[in-house]
Every structure is written in C-alpha cells, then in structure tokens.
Design a protein around this ligand. Structure first.
Ligand code: SF4
Length: 252
C-alpha cells in the first residue's frame, strides 16, 4: 500500500471519481453504470483513504472528488458525511452526482458538500432546489427527449443556479441518444474544447458536454481516475475488461 502510484506516470488530472456502489433506486433506460445492480457492495472509507493518498502523492492541487454510482445517496447519511469529511481532510473539494430522488437526505448532506449535481426532469424539481442554488449544479439529460424548446426553457428557468449543465448521453457503441436535428444543428455551431476524452462548450452560460465518438471511455485517461466499490482502481466506465487497472493492482 505504501508503494502505490498512478500507473501511467505523471499525467494531468481533471478530477477524480469515487464510484460509491452499483446500487440505485432508479432504472434509467441507458444507465451510465455498466455494473449497475451487479453487487450490493458499498465502498469503504479505507479504500477511499487509500485512493486519495494515491492521488495526493501525484498532485498538490485542490482537485474535485466526485461521488457517483450507482446512486450515492443510497449509502447511509453518516457514511456520506464521513466520506465528505475524509475528502476535505486530504485537501480536495467534494462533489456528488445524484438523481435527486432522496431529497431529505440530500438536504442533510448539502452543508458537508462543496456542490451537488442533480439531474432534474421538471420545473417543480428545479423550484425545489432553488433554495440551495449556491450549492446545486442543476443538470438536464441530453437524451432522446431533449428538444430545443426543452433546452431553451431549462436555460431560462435555471437562471441563478451557480452551475448548470447538460450531458449529451450515448450508448456504449457511441450512438447519441438525442436524435433531435435542431439540437445538433445548434451544437454544431458552437465552439467545443477538448477535456481529456470528451468535448465541452458553453451555450448561454450552460455547460454542455458530449462524447468523442470512439474515444470517450476508452482512451486518453487517467485524466479521471476512478475507484470502485470492490476496492479496485480503474479509469474508465466501459471496456474495463480491456483495462489493466481492473485487476485491482495498486502497485503497477
Ligand atoms: S440514476 Fe444513474 S445509476 Fe441510477 S439507473 Fe439512472 S443512470 Fe443508472
């Protein structure tokens, strides 16, 4: 454990991910977690401690540490607070990406987290979270239901949230879920920047992210190192079977 290092030498890190579990209280058609519902295991504080020490041995930067899953809020509140405190104690910022279903729990967690990213599906949900707009990154799914009307309404209706974002989702075969021609016409007019294995841009103050076909989730990482609930250290969402990191070796 004392010899751990990043496998590919010194690389630029964007942020780091903690995959808290593969449990979820939702069933999205195109779930982003390939291992969803394959295990009830929840990440341990010991694994997180070891993982953060690895990252800290690589950089002094105050990187963002993002909790995701599965759904992070299925973990006990005490555990999620302990994780936030552990992340802060190592000098990182702590974020969470959630489906927003367990509202009471999220409200309890807000003081402990630097920001919480919530995917919303209605104006009522946006209104609900407005009170915490200084901490909530309000997010819209770029999926099969996205239209120009929905996008423009989201932009207008979420004014005042400190961070707003849209992710253009895709299948493991890189098929975009959004088929709306108007949306893609708009996106094609915007100037995109590359960040590791994905592209991003801003439209009217909203950050939009899309994959790079054939690359995202496969190469150009570990800009986003990930630790998994089983204790393994990895870097991608898909194609883990092709990846040396999945064997859980922390020394190579
Ligand atoms: S909320 Fe997230 S983890 Fe849960 S099913 Fe949907 S995409 Fe998967």
């Amino acid at each position: 454990m004392d010899q751990i290092k990043l496998p590919m030498g010194r690389v630029e890190l964007d942020h780091v991910d903690i995959v808290t579990s593969h449990i979820c209280n939702n069933r999205c058609k195109h779930c982003i977690d390939k291992f969803i519902r394959t295990s009830n295991k929840v990440i341990s504080l010991e694994t997180i401690d070891k993982f953060l020490n690895l990252i800290r041995s690589h950089t002094d930067e105050q990187l963002e540490v993002l909790l995701l899953g599965g759904e992070p809020t299925v973990l006990a509140t005490d555990k999620l607070i302990a994780i936030a405190e552990l992340v802060h104690s190592k000098g990182f910022l702590v974020m969470m990406s959630t489906n927003g279903i367990l509202k009471d729990k999220i409200i309890q967690l807000i003081p402990y987290y630097d920001s919480i990213q919530i995917t919303v599906n209605s104006d009522e949900e946006i209104d609900f979270w407005r009170k915490w707009s200084d901490k909530i990154n309000i997010k819209l799914s770029g999926d099969a239901d996205l239209t120009m009307e929905k996008l423009e309404h989201f932009i207008e209706y979420t004014e005042g949230f400190f961070r707003r974002s849209i992710s253009m989702y895709f299948t493991p075969d890189f098929e975009e879920l959004c088929k709306n021609a108007e949306i893609w016409e708009l996106l094609d007019t915007l100037e995109w920047q590359r960040n590791g294995s994905y592209m991003y841009t801003f439209y009217k103050g909203v950050r939009i992210k899309k994959c790079i076909h054939g690359e995202t989730n496969i190469i150009d990482e570990p800009t986003v190192p990930k630790v998994y609930p089983n204790g393994n250290y990895n870097k991608t969402w898909c194609h883990e079977e092709l990846d040396d990191y999945l064997d859980g070796s922390w020394n190579e």
